[in-house]
Ligand binder design. Sequence first.
Ligand code: MLT
Length: 244
Amino acid sequence: MKVFVYHTPELTPTERMPDCAIAVDVLRATSTIATALNAGAEAVQAFSDLNKLMEVSASWPADKRLRAGERGGSQVEGCDMGNSPLDCTPERVAGRRLFITTTNGTRALQRVQSAPAVLAAALINRQAVVQYLRDRQPETIWILGSGWEGSYSLEDTICAGAIVDRLLSETNTEPRDIAGNDEAIGSLALYRQWDRDLLSLMYLASHGQRLLRLQRDEDLKYCAQTDVLDVVPIQKEPGVLVKL
Ligand code: MLT
């Protein structure tokens, strides 16, 4: 296995695809996707375009759908919810399809949707994703941060490093054996500096600060947890993720 880390969708190559692509948006899209599937959502269908989401979800029975829309951290008018994982309770999402559009995370998923295997990872489901990789041993793995409107996000790189760190210990390998690019080594170093205090890192990150200004403190606390959900969101058709 070789792991390549790309900090943003824009930095991700377009001329080829890996065997397995992992989209990461710790704050908050992939945390929300993992939580919704863990809570029994039938599937999560991701859109970068809000109008397209409205059009496709309109053909779905109203009692079997939920529309989640976020721009700039806030809920989009006309949607049932924003992008808080804490809204994804079993009472709300079980048996329903979550149609979701967010500022960056859903764009990241779209960027790699033609890869043979596409996963969504966050800190909360890191171990489950690592177990998938250890069992399937894809030859090339891309971990793709969502960033913020084209720029780098601390928390997504930390999550990439957390995945690399656990993969190394699970496979008993050294960084030189599995790191495919310098970003993989850099993300590992960053994670190892912060692994004991991930919540402080969330408070420091620019998007963490944006969410604090929107009084989303509880989201930060939730998303800073590691390995609390045993769920691997995997794409079953372009843009549609289900629980493995
Ligand atoms: C995104 O996709 O940019 C994020 O998930 C934003 C958010 O915190 O809702």
